[in-house]
Structures are given as structure tokens and as C-alpha cells.
Design a binder for this molecule. Structure first.
Ligand SMILES: Cc1ncc(COP(=O)(O)O)c(C=O)c1O
Length: 504
């Protein structure tokens, strides 16, 4: 019988025909990866994908093999030159980590092991368990805490809130569903809270109206008096307040909610405290910053990322739930095909799958394990401390500049500021700062992003980058000041021209 998919030189087999060829290609890939890291500073932070490359992404579904080398050539030409930019030393947009080289190789190793980390007996789940133990220790949570690595903080937020919903429901939530709740379940978060919380609330069937938005104070931290009043009012109105989401580092400004006070309110009203500590909770690594994060360990659940302020490549986040049993009860199912056997690989029945949504899971623990071992936690502590100092230095530079002003207090590693033109109105300044930012981003020199604070457009620099030097922030300040001056003058000249043309 002839095998219809017998591999031939140009045939349809999926294994390499020539391992030495793949080895050579693999070595080239490794060389290119290292060259890419080494030349980061020589490249623009960001550049748009040109039409010549875009065209390639409209090519038809490939039916015939083109071979690994040619496919890789396409990657080199059309994909790798156009990254998001977050590995570059002057990328400070949104909250994107800078990516550790060793961790990129860990991804290769994990891919080669091809483990599906749902549970069962093999080394990968043991690595994840060890990593989770380290993360708990690192953030001061007890070893008994339930934990899971996730694809990121959005997933961690929904998992934490799912446990909150089940635990605080006055019904069997899993069986009866939200509609059976005798009173509408409601939860609270400040208006500075990340959109993933709203998404989670909607996906959990609670409805976005159940998310009570509490105003933040001038320092962008939740107004705890308004929070307490809202809880009391909802209770009087027959609703069922069940949870507060506190921020340990808001996405816009890095503000840290008054967690001890929020935790007290939660205790007084028997509410679940979920903390979104996406990046801010990592500041716990620096002992001198811990007072800012007081109350963190009072969270019933904590969501945070390692692809932000632990500099790991995408993706890896984590969720903690103090009551591991509650986490298990919120998700575990035991179909017969996943049950335990007395020996062999199923000796240990699925476990991670019982603490979250996914059954098949990436071996994302490996990059955490390898980099923590290789670099040691102290190296991460030092880098976080450096980023905090860089934020303070940038804030000083901004304050010292006659045409720049801080737009928010700097709580941690985020600096929001504006270019000021004394002759411009507030709306004109919004436009000017927007235009300056776009020019800066498209110049490839530096990449902060933006935020809208109290209705005003601001330039926002979120520093979760282990490659940034102190001088990189001088370059940023100089570029914003220069562009601001050029563009406000240009704008004035344009306006003057327009008014002289119209005879005014
Ligand atoms: C405070 C906060 N929460 C949640 C998220 C969502 O995290 P992820 O993008 O990892 O899903 C972010 C992302 O920037 C964030 O800053």
C-alpha cells in the first residue's frame, strides 16, 4: 500500500526531510533573533507597515508548500521589521513589557516540549506549581492561596470576579445562573478602572449596569466615602452589593486606591475585594514601595501580569484567590475522561483546568521559571526600582521645563504630561498635544501613548521597560518640547495666514 502522504522532496510530509537543513535554518533564526536584540537602539521605535508588506498579507491561502526557508524569508522581510515596538528602549506606550531575550528562547523550548498544561503527571505542571509558589511568596501571599497562570490580566480579572460571583451569590450560581439571584448582584470600581473589568462583568452575565462606577478623587484614587455611600444606598434599595474592585496602579496614571480603607469597607459589608494589580502590584518587590501597596494581601483575589512589569514576552498573567477551595468550587468539573487513574500519566487528575476556564493551556510557566532562575528576583527588583526612578526623573524634567506640565501625580511608573502654549485655549492644547504625540510616534524616536484625564488629552509615559536608560528620557523631553514649539508656532503662523487672507 503506498502512503498517500509519503514525504518526498517537494511533497506533503510535515516532518523535516532533512534535519540538518532545519538545524541550519534554526541556527540562522537564533542569530537573527540575537542580531535583532542587539540592534534595537539603531531602529525606529515604531514604523507603519508599508504597502509592500501589507500586500503580502492579502496573498491567498497557500495550498502548495513553499518550503521553510522561503517562508522564513517572508517573515524576515515583511513581519519582523514591523513590530509594535515595545522591545525598544524608548517605548513607553500603554502598559507593554519590554520582553526578556532568555524568555523568548524559553518559548522555543516550551513549544518544542509541546505540553498542554491542564494537569496530569509530567514536569510542566510541576514547573507551573513551583512558579505559582514563587509568585505567592514574592507578593506576600500565603502558600495556601489558589493560583493560576493566565494569558493576561483581562483573563485574571474575569477569573477573580467569577469566583467572587459564585462565592458571594446567595444561590448555587453554577447550577441556577445569575437570573435566579433573589436580589440583583452589584459591584463597585472607580472610573479609572481598566475596561477589562467591565468586560468581565458583562461576560459573567451581571450586566454592565451592575458595575457601579465610583468617581475618583483629584489624585485618581477611588473616593472611598462615595464608595461606602453607594454600597449603603444599593443595600437600602434591595440590591446585593457583593464585590469591590480596587486598583493597585490604574492604567491611566498608576494611582493606587486606598486599599486598607477599601478592605475595611469590604469587611464591614461582607464584600469580596478583588484587586487589579496588573503592573502596580509588582512594586511590592521593592521593600521601600510596600507602604504604597499596604492592604494588597487583604485582597480575596488579585490579578496581575508578568508581561508588563516583569518584562516577560507575551503572554503571561496570574490570578490569586486566597480561598483556593472557592476557586476550585467555581470552576471544577470532573468528566470521566479526565478522572484519576491509580498510576501513569493520569495519576494526578487535571488540576489547573479546575481553577480556571481553559483545559488546554500553554507552558507559559517555563519562561517565568527559566528567567527567575537565571536572573534571580533581585534583578527584577532592581529594574522596577530603576523604572520608578526614571519616572521621578522624567517628572522633574517636565516640571523644570517652562512649556511642560505634569497632568497627574506620579504614583509609580506612569508620567502624564502636556505641552503648554500660554497663547492656546484648553481645546487647542488638546489638539496640539495630540499632534505632537503623533509626530513623535511616527518619527520613530520615542513612543509614549496618551490618556484623557478630566477630559483633557495628555501624553502618557508608562515605564515598564528594562532597556530604557536615563538619557532616553532626556531625548523624550527634548523631542516633545521641540515638536511642541515647532507645531505651536506653525499653528500660529497658519492661523495668522488664514486671517490675513480673509482680510481680518
Ligand atoms: C490596570 C490594568 N488592568 C488590566 C489590564 C489588562 O491586562 P491584559 O492586557 O494583560 O489583559 C491592563 C492592561 O494594560 C491594565 O493596565
Amino acid at each position: 500500500v503506498t502512503d498517500p502522504v509519503e514525504p518526498t522532496r517537494n511533497g506533503y510530509g510535515l516532518e523535516p526531510e532533512d534535519w540538518d537543513e532545519l538545524r541550519r535554518l534554526g541556527h540562522r533564526m537564533v542569530d537573527d533573533v540575537i542580531d535583532g536584540y542587539q540592534s534595537l537602539r539603531d531602529r525606529p521605535v515604531w514604523q507603519p507597515v508599508p504597502e509592500t508588506a501589507r500586500e503580502r498579507f492579502r496573498s491567498p491561502l497557500p495550498l502548495e508548500p513553499m518550503g521553510a526557508e522561503r517562508a522564513y524569508e517572508e517573515f524576515r522581510k515583511y513581519v519582523s521589521p514591523y513590530p509594535r515596538g515595545n522591545s525598544h528602549p524608548r517605548f513607553w506606550g500603554w502598559v507593554n513589557g519590554s520582553g526578556l531575550p532568555l524568555a523568548a528562547f524559553a518559548e522555543l523550548l516550551a513549544g518544542a516540549m509541546n505540553s498542554s498544561v491542564s494537569g496530569f503527571e509530567s514536569a510542566a505542571p510541576l514547573v507551573e506549581e513551583q512558579v505559582l509558589g514563587w509568585l505567592k511568596e514574592m507578593l506576600g501571599f500565603p502558600a495556601s492561596t489558589g493560583a493560576l497562570l493566565t494569558s493576561g490580566c483581562s483573563m485574571s480579572n474575569i477569573l477573580g470576579l467569577a469566583v467572587a460571583r459564585s462565592s458571594k451569590a446567595r444561590i448555587d450560581m453554577r447550577r441556577a445562573g445569575v437570573a435566579a439571584a433573589p436580589q440583583r448582584m452589584v459591584l463597585y470600581a472607580s472610573n479609572e478602572t481598566h475596561s477589562s473589568i467591565r468586560k468581565a462583568v458583562e461576560l459573567l452575565g451581571l450586566g454592565s449596569e451592575a458595575l457601579r462606577i465610583i468617581p475618583a478623587r483629584a489624585d485618581f484614587r477611588i473616593d472611598t466615602d462615595a464608595l461606602e455611600a453607594a454600597v449603603a444606598k444599593d443595600r437600602r434599595n434591595g440590591l446585593h452589593p457583593f464585590c469591590v474592585v480596587a486598583n493597585a496602579g490604574t492604567v491611566n496614571t498608576g494611582a493606587i486606591d486606598d486599599m486598607p480603607r477599601v478592605a475595611d469597607i469590604c469587611e464591614d459589608h461582607a464584600l469580596w475585594l478583588h484587586v487589579d494589580g496588573a503592573f502596580g502590584s509588582l512594586a511590592w518587590l521593592c521593600p521601600e514601595l510596600r507602604p504604597k501597596l499596604a492592604g494588597l494581601q487583604r485582597a480575596h483575589s488579585l490579578a496581575f501580569d508578568l508581561h508588563k512589569w516583569m518584562y516577560l514576552p507575551y503572554d503571561v498573567g496570574c490570578v490569586f484567590v486566597q480561598d483556593a477551595q472557592a476557586q476550585h468550587d467555581a470552576f471544577a468539573v470532573s468528566p470521566s475522561y479526565l478522572s484519576q487513574t491509580i498510576d501513569g500519566p493520569a495519576l494526578r487528575a487535571t488540576s489547573f483546568a479546575d481553577y480556571g476556564i481553559e483545559l488546554s493551556r500553554r507552558f507559559r510557566a517555563l519562561k517565568v521559571w527559566l528567567t527567575l532562575k537565571a536572573h534571580g528576583l533581585q534583578s527584577f527588583e532592581q529594574q522596577i526600582r530603576k523604572n520608578i526612578r526614571q519616572a521621578a526623573l522624567l517628572a522633574e524634567r517636565v516640571e523644570a521645563h517652562p512649556n511642560l506640565a505634569l497632568a497627574a501625580p506620579v504614583a509609580l511608573n506612569i508620567v502624564c504630561f502636556r505641552y503648554l502654549d500660554p497663547d492656546a485655549q484648553a481645546e487647542e492644547l488638546d489638539q496640539l498635544n495630540h499632534d505632537v504625540l503623533i509626530r513623535l510616534q511616527t518619527s520613530g524616536v520615542a513612543l509614549p501613548s496618551h490618556a484623557v484625564l478630566n477630559g483633557r488629552f495628555v501624553i502618557r509615559t508608562a515605564i515598564t521597560n528594562h532597556r530604557s536608560n536615563y538619557e532616553d528620557f532626556d531625548i523624550l523631553v527634548e523631542a516633545v518640547a521641540r515638536l511642541g514649539a515647532e507645531m505651536s508656532n506653525g499653528e500660529r503662523r497658519r492661523l495668522a495666514r488664514r486671517s490675513s487672507m480673509s482680510g481680518l
